[in-house]
Design a protein around this ligand. Structure first.
Ligand code: UFG
Length: 353
């Protein structure tokens, strides 16, 4: 049985689907501050925050976890520039809390959602795991800090940990049961897709003066199901590997913002009139993964290497009635998330296939 922290979120909910399909029992811990109740399709939901130590203790007393997968984090670069303390509290302090409770209950397998943002401005065309880590924003630094905590915890307490450094997560469940639903949305692909589907959304190209071929930022877009699959492989890896291991997860192909605009036009058949604005603070010029280690050590093989296939799943999702229903939900952040009685009172059983 695995605990998925942040399992109502975008990547976490795809993880629950993959764990369920692989035959594992799943408990989701989520305070729905950014996640969606509609995403809780697989496993048991315990409503609460990882900042709440007593909530976590009740959870770990109730269930015997074989390991923890941790997705509960804030992840918007620009927001982290404006509100750094919120990012350090949520992404670092709350993770320390979770690790403390794991240690109290002798749960020692941990898979951590890290990010390409730990690297900062790339010094090589393709970024491998040993590339220097000099984050450009508090978001990236908060994730790097946790990686260091994990390294030290593995040495001192015998924790086994994998940090998966996602490049740009994109796409959705191919049959549109779950997907990305942020309000406001900041990410490029969902914004473009929503605009192409007719939403009145302001999308601009953030800077055309980067040192890239067409002057716009290059990113490595990787399908969310491929990311989830890597976590399953990481869990297997931790059955025999001790210590802390970091892996980069990307397709190894870079697409500029302008190329993404073209790809969305190609998939949707809609012309997009996108204007240009200035650079967005904290954006590195290009981030493309060398994921050789994940392929050779974990045996990871992405099933969506082509960006148009990734975008196609996003289009299906954003056009679905499920997506529309999620966006119409009242925001979960209005509900208190610190009442540990909520484990009994508000936990729900979800048993869908
Ligand atoms: N962009 C635009 N216009 C938009 C939105 C985005 O031009 O309306 C650009 C961004 O400036 C960036 C690229 O499109 O150059 C991709 O932006 P996203 O917001 O989709 O994604 P990020 O690259 O900012 O974020 C991703 C991950 C983060 C990670 C970060 C590292 O989501 O977790 O890469 O910089 F930290």
């Amino acid at each position: 049985m695995y605990l998925v922290c942040g399992g109502a979120g975008y990547i976490g909910s795809h993880m629950c689907k993959h764990l369920h399909e692989a035959g594992h029992e799943v408990v989701v811990c989520d305070d729905l501050s950014t996640g969606h109740a509609g995403a809780l399709l697989w496993g048991t939901h315990a409503y609460g925050s990882i900042e709440d130590t007593e909530f976590l203790r009740s959870l770990f007393s109730r269930y015997q976890f074989d390991g923890v997968l941790h997705f509960a984090a804030l992840s918007v670069v620009a927001e982290s520039m404006r509100e750094p303390q919120r990012y350090y509290r949520n992404n670092v302090a709350a993770t320390l809390n979770l690790l403390r409770v794991m240690r109290e209950f002798e749960v020692n397998k941990f898979v951590f959602s890290s990010t390409a943002a730990v690297f900062g401005e790339p010094q090589a065309r393709m970024i491998s795991e040993d590339h220097p880590t000099v984050p450009l924003n508090p978001y990236g630094l908060s994730k790097l800090m946790v990686e260091q905590v994990l390294r030290d915890s593995c040495r001192a307490y015998g924790l086994r940990a994998v940090a998966l450094r996602y490049f740009n997560a994109a796409g959705a469940d191919p049959v549109a049961r779950i997907g990305e639903a942020h309000d406001p949305e900041t990410h490029l692909i969902p914004k473009l897709v929503r605009k192409a589907l007719g939403e009145d959304l302001a999308v601009t190209i953030n800077g055309t003066d980067y040192t890239t071929e067409d002057g716009t930022c290059i990113r490595d877009y990787v399908h969310v199901d491929d990311l989830a699959q890597a976590h399953l492989l990481a869990l297997d890896h931790l059955d025999h590997a001790v210590g802390m291991h970091s892996f980069n997860l990307g397709n190894g192909t870079g697409h500029s913002v302008k190329q993404v605009v073209e790809a969305v036009q190609e998939v949707t058949g809609e012309g997009l009139d996108i204007s240009v604005s200035g650079r967005r603070a904290g954006d590195p010029s290009h981030l493309v993964a060398a994921s050789k280690l994940a392929r050779s050590v974990l045996g990871w093989a992405p099933r969506y290497p082509r960006i148009v296939d990734v975008i196609e799943t996003a289009v299906r999702w954003h056009a679905s009635p499920t997506y529309a229903a999620w966006m119409a939900e009242p925001p979960g952040s209005e509900v208190s998330c610190t009442n540990h009685d909520a484990i009994g009172a508000q936990s729900n059983q979800y048993r869908h296939g």
